[in-house]
Design a protein around this ligand. Structure first.
Ligand code: SF4
Ligand code: F3S
Length: 106
């Protein structure tokens, strides 16, 4: 499956959800996740993310491996999102900042 990683947190551009053919993105307060059992590995979302936060599971940087479990866990909890919405006003300021996992709201 594809995995949403740390740089989505507080950026949440939502371009990704528009292209997903199986609607497997789930939305939390400041982050999105992919449901690993629903993703069909089509790879359409990966180039759509302005924050470059989406990776194929087997191409994840080591520092982001914990996001495999986090996507699986949170996809069960959060509601599905299928339409793009405005990002947070300060999304650009947060793009690329380190340590964003500490800001994840569940
Ligand atoms: Fe959806 Fe395809 Fe991205 Fe999986 S790889 S989350 S199926 S767009
Ligand atoms: Fe997040 Fe990128 Fe989608 S920032 S909401 S994974 S477009």
């Amino acid at each position: 499956a594809f995995v949403v990683t740390e740089n989505c947190i507080k950026c949440k551009y939502t371009d990704c959800v528009e292209v997903c053919p199986v609607d497997c993105f789930y939305e939390g307060p400041n982050f999105l996740v992919i449901h690993p059992d629903e993703c069909i590995d089509c790879a359409l979302c990966e180039p759509e993310c302005p924050a470059e936060a989406i990776f194929a599971e087997d191409e994840l940087p080591d520092s982001q491996r914990q996001f495999i479990a986090l996507n699986a866990e949170l996809a069960e909890k959060w509601p599905v999102i299928t339409e793009k919405k405005d990002p947070p006003e300060d999304a650009e300021e947060w793009d690329g900042k380190p340590g964003k996992l500490a800001h994840l709201k569940r």
